[in-house]
Design a protein around this ligand. Structure first.
Ligand code: C2E
Ligand code: MG
Ligand code: MG
Length: 763
């Protein structure tokens, strides 16, 4: 209880005027209190009234570092906070010089200060700002501490001493540095970025603008600060968005999405010299800073918009003619059909157009003439249309027109007639092809589907317009047909067949039959791959029906590639089952030779299959190679170069009008005598032709195959004349791969006995 009485009496004796005005006020009182306590204690210790460790207990209760040194700098006492700050134990420092805890440069000021204190010895004076020293201390681990201390002179154990109340400023200092750095960083950032940054007060007045405003809006920042935010927008745009902007002001980022506010807004901004420009705005959280404020970042997106427009144009337009492409047609149709659903009175029309005679121009005058014709057609189509109508090009010579709103079907036929007459005018082509510079005439076959009546969906509309166009072609081209379910029934059937055939490769309706090709010894040497198509209704369609259809609409390209791929894989399987010498003969349509990619495609298919090219023969008809002989010769040569060992055979030989001269130039390996000569052997004229063919082949060193051998007589006839190989029902009808393998298997036993007879092992 003695202690508390003493403290109270000391507190009472502390007069307020003791504190110097510019000293740390709290510290001043605190130090004086501490001073007296220390002195009182040391006195009591001296007189033996108190244990000396009581002072330490007292000092340890103080959170700042307290150090008591002699005027010479020797450490007399210190508290726990002091030792912890400097990283030492009490025993290590007691009695040592406190100067050791200071960097060299700092020692002098303390020595001076202590000397002053000693000179004024006994003089009590209140702590003043002079008694505060900022200094750096050395921790035991070598780190530097930023500190300040309040010095006061005391008497300790009867001798003068200096009491130091030390405060660690390192933390404050680091925080300050950090804040400064952050601020510098933000300033640098806001001044480097090209976007405009604004801070707005709640009246939407600009209270801050960065230098990016110059780049974005063309204004100096000084021109904008204190101005209303609205001057950065066309008046109607600001009016339209004002309420929204205000929402951003009051709603913080985290809540914006749930309240339906977007992360960014695209608006038109008003620049100083460039007129209006598309801008993208984003908002920071509103902040309490002398009232609530909102930060807003605005970026000029003119370039991005232009790029987007250009990309969109590229993606949705045909490069050659600039018309919309199929994707754009699909998009536009979705919109139109949506409108039609909402307004039952709405009517429109889809017109499918196919140029008649375009292929001829392309083939005879060259591709640049063809391109010129397509470009001119696109121009003529545009002329025929109103603003709300659109024209598209789907590729090749296929164009589509969509009439966005007609009163009745008659309106659509008027447009069709206009197109017919415009496209019907002669084209003057400037391209430098060999026959260029002349007039060409083309026609156009048009199919019209009125929507939504005959096309409530995109699929239905395109299908019906396509069917109607097919009717126009069937009816003699260069005309239009209005889709009508009754009139176009036959065409619809045809259209469905085409669609089903195109899908057959993946739907499983397509297969290959194999017919063995045997040598005069009757032994199987290879087989011909023949396409088979079974429709979804279970009906088998003969190749004589579907091949011409596929040739007419181009599906034959995919079908032929499918057949080649499958035949190669099947034959390789046969090889690995123990028949490595069998070859496969695959039919290739003349349409394939029109394909610029024929050579690489074919080489790729064969290589991927793993079939040795020597086990592959390609059958082409005379007409196929006669159409563009030089081109065919080059392609065949190139294929032979890429796939050494591959053979080419002329199918149905004798039906075309191949001249000897041309035949000798063709890089082919065999002739397949047409079935008609085999069937009519009794005809003496026929026999002469067969003999001539065999003779010709021999002199040109070409192999021969007779196909359509149905009888023993026919077999013997060709065997006697040393025809290289034979194929026909007499040997085996086109069958599954297993049948061919089984025949070869049976023969390998039978042939050992009957080979001299020169008859096929099985009939
Ligand atoms: P092609 O290439 O001349 O095929 C021979 C045709 O004669 C096959 O008719 C075959 O079944 C038939 N045939 C074979 N032996 C006899 C016989 O002893 N008597 C009779 N009367 N006919 C026999 P198919 O399979 O109906 O094929 C017809 C045509 O379809 C083929 O004639 C070929 O030009 C074409 N074709 C078949 N498959 C393909 C193919 O994958 N691609 C192409 N481009 N055309 C193919
Ligand atoms: Mg054939
Ligand atoms: Mg044939």
């Amino acid at each position: 209880m003695e202690k508390s009485v003493e403290v109270q009496s000391i507190l009472k004796s502390l007069e307020p005027e003791d504190a110097a005005p510019d000293a740390r006020p709290d510290d001043s009182i605190f130090t004086q209190l501490l001073e007296r306590l220390v002195q009182g204690y040391s006195l009591r210790i001296e007189t033996g009234a108190e244990e000396s460790d009581s002072l330490e207990i007292l000092l340890d209760g103080v959170s700042d570092s307290v150090l008591i040194v002699s005027p010479a700098g020797s450490i007399l006492n210190a508290n726990h906070a002091f030792y912890r700050t400097f990283g030492y134990d009490r025993e290590e420092l007691l009695g040592t010089e406190m100067f050791a805890l200071l960097p060299q440069g700092q020692q002098a000021q303390f020595r001076q200060k202590f000397a002053d204190f000693e000179a004024r010895e006994g003089e009590r004076h209140a702590a003043s700002s002079d008694d505060i020293l900022a200094f750096r201390g050395l921790r035991r681990d070598g780190t530097i501490l930023t500190l300040d201390c309040l010095l006061s002179s005391i008497h300790c154990s009867g001798r003068p001493a200096v009491l130091m109340l030390i405060r660690d400023l390192s933390f404050d200092h680091a925080l300050f540095e950090q804040l400064k750095e952050t601020k510098d960083h933000y300033v640098a950032l806001s001044e480097t970025i090209t976007e405009a940054i604004f801070r707005l007060d709640e009246d939407f007045r600009i209270i801050f603008a960065n230098s990016g405003v110059k780049n974005t809006f063309g204004f100096e920042r000084e021109e904008l600060v204190n101005e209303p935010f609205r001057i950065l927008f066309p008046p109607e745009v600001f009016a339209q968005h004002e309420e929204e902007f205000k929402k951003y002001f009051v709603v913080d980022d985290a809540d914006r999405l749930s309240l339906g506010l977007k992360r960014t807004l695209e608006v038109l901004g008003a620049t100083k010299n460039r007129g209006v420009a598309p801008m993208e705005m984003s908002f920071g959280n509103s902040k309490e800073y002398k009232g609530r404020t909102l930060t807003c970042v605005i970026r000029d997106i003119t370039q991005r918009k232009t790029l987007e427009r250009r990309l969109r144009h590229l993606a949705y337009h045909d490069k050659l003619t600039g018309l919309g492409n199929r994707d754009l047609f699909n998009e536009d149709m979705k919109v139109l059909l949506g409108e039609a659903r909402e307004d039952p009175a709405w009517k429109g029309a889809v017109l499918f157009l196919d140029l008649d005679g375009f292929k001829r121009v392309n083939d005879t005058l060259g591709h640049s003439a063809g391109d010129e014709l397509l470009i001119e057609t696109a121009r003529r189509l545009r002329v025929c249309l109103r603003d709300r109508d659109s024209a598209y090009r789907f590729g090749g010579d296929e164009f589509v027109v969509v009439l966005g709103g007609v009163r009745e079907s008659g309106d659509a036929t008027i447009v069709a007639e206009r197109i017919l007459s415009t496209v019907g005018n002669p084209y003057i082509l400037r391209s430098k092809g060999k026959n260029a510079g002349g007039k060409v005439n083309v026609g156009v076959s048009i199919g019209i589907a009125v929507i939504p009546e005959f096309g409530a969906t995109l699929e239905e509309a395109t299908r019906n317009a396509d069917i109607a166009m097919y009717c126009s072609k069937e009816a003699g081209k260069n005309r239009y047909t209005l889709y009508d379910p009754v009139i176009t029934a036959k065409a619809t059937e045809h259209w469905n067949t085409e669609q089903e055939l195109a899908a057959s490769m993946t739907s499983g309706g397509l297969s290959l039959a194999y017919q063995p090709i045997v040598g005069p010894d009757g032994r199987v040497r290879g087989m011909e791959a023949l396409l088979r198509w079974k429709r979804s209704d279970g009906r088998n369609v003969p190749p004589g029906e579907f091949i011409p259809l596929a040739e007419a609409n181009g599906t034959i390209i995919a079908l032929g590639e499918w057949a080649l791929r499958k035949a190669c894989y099947d034959t390789r399987r046969l090889h690995s089952r123990g028949y490595p010498d069998l070859f496969v003969s695959v039919n290739l349509s003349g349409r394939h030779f029109d394909q610029p990619t024929l050579v690489p495609t074919l080489a790729d298919i064969v290589r991927r299959s793993g079939l040795p090219p020597g086990a592959l023969c390609i059958e082409v008809t005379e007409t196929a190679v006669m159409k563009n002989t030089q081109d065919a010769i080059e392609k065949i040569k190139e294929i032979k170069r890429l796939l050494p060992g591959i053979r080419f055979m002329i199918d149905d030989f004798g039906t075309g009008y191949s001249s000897l001269a041309y035949l000798s130039r063709l890089p082919v390996d065999a002739l397949k005598i047409d079935i008609s000569f085999v069937t009519n052997l009794e005809d003496p004229q026929n026999e002469k032709i067969v003999n001539a063919i065999l003779h010709l082949a021999r002199s040109l060193q070409l192999d021969t195959i007779a196909e359509g051998i149905e009888t023993r007589t026919q077999w013997q006839y060709f065997a006697k004349r040393k025809c290289g190989a034979m194929q026909g029902y007499y040997i085996l009808k086109p069958s599954g791969l297993g049948m061919v393998a089984a025949l070869a298997e049976r023969q390998s036993g039978v042939l050992r006995r009957t080979v001299s007879a020169g008859e096929p092992a099985e009939g």
